[in-house]
Design a protein around this ligand. Sequence first.
Ligand SMILES: NC(=O)c1ccc[n+]([C@@H]2O[C@H](COP(=O)([O-])OP(=O)(O)OC[C@H]3O[C@@H](n4cnc5c(N)ncnc54)[C@H](O)[C@@H]3O)[C@@H](O)[C@H]2O)c1
Length: 366
Amino acid sequence: MAGVPLRAGLIGLGMMGRHHARVLTALDGVELVGVADVDGDPHGVARGCPLVRSVEQLIALGLDYCVVAVPTLLHEEIGVALAEAGVHALIEKPLAQDTAAARRLAEAFSARGLIGAVGHIERYNPALRSARARLEAGELGRVYQVTTRRQGPFPARISDVGVVMDLATHDIDLTAWVTQQPFVSVAARTSFRSGRAYEDLVAVTGQLVDGTVTNHLVNWLSPMKERIAILTGELGTFVADTLTADLTFYANGSVRVTRSDLAQFRGVSEGDMIRYAIAKPEPLRTEHEQFRDAVLGRSADLVTLEQGRATVTVAEAVIESASSGRTVELGGVDLAAVRRGPSEQSSARPAERRRDAMQERSAIAV
Ligand SMILES: NC(=O)c1ccc[n+]([C@@H]2O[C@H](COP(=O)([O-])OP(=O)(O)OC[C@H]3O[C@@H](n4cnc5c(N)ncnc54)[C@H](O)[C@@H]3O)[C@@H](O)[C@H]2O)c1
């Protein structure tokens, strides 16, 4: 990449920060000019790059942008310091520990015309990017349900937030993004099994603005690691495994669309199964390339701070629901429209829309 490289910094050299350091060091058009951590360099990632202890010392090195990978409770303080110094920032997820802090962060960047983005890395996972493009192309028809499972063992290092803010925010963000539909309600239950102040297991049932039903199982209590998103729609099901970056499509059994089929559609049968051959660039690298391009003024696919704020707000509603035992509704959407059945939300009847989507699919079949 021609021209003067962008001067990037990184603060927080822990489990996530070390991966940012690796990617930043190899990123075309970017020079990693400084790294910072209060505890020095626990994973030995500085490799000759100037190492400092604070955000002020990092800013003093002269930065175009900075990656923030400190614990979530410190995102606001460090992000605002960067914004006040005129430095663009890619901030790890979740954007902040609560909506108020996330909003202050978003405002700090937007008020100064700076680029801020959130590291919701699942959006850069090849399996989910492919699913998103295929949904956009109508390959699933209307989406009925999004189910995610994110289960695994306990990460000793995360002690400032619970599993809802730390992990379920991945699922909240990817669900709203892949469907392009915001959440309108959540009902959740949590448990606290590991003796800490924060929940370590959550089960959520949600609803999106178009009526799509969602379900999310997220915990730190499973001795195996699972990252799955299952999208079910009119034409079948996509299963995205974001650990392997595989996307599989389970088609509904082929149905002859006759007048009587339209009148009597009752369910689906099993059809073909396709595991798509997709390119698998590293999601973190794609995330960094997009942020670099945004700083260079090019078009880029970012998770905006406002989107990061919206995800934190849904996560807060999940915690509130688990605490009160009630369904929590999120404001700002037409709830009456959501509560109508899918057939009433479109002038076309479901079977007609299904047939249209099947015809569309055969035209773009891979
Ligand atoms: N995108 C992802 O998939 C993903 C994965 C893991 C973590 N994260 C996020 O990354 C962030 C960091 O998580 P982690 O697992 O790397 O935590 P970690 O505890 O391993 O690392 C945090 C680092 O920040 C340093 N630090 C703390 N206070 C500091 C300060 N004031 N100034 C400079 N450095 C400071 C600590 O010394 C530590 O080295 C969290 O927000 C977390 O949610 C994201």
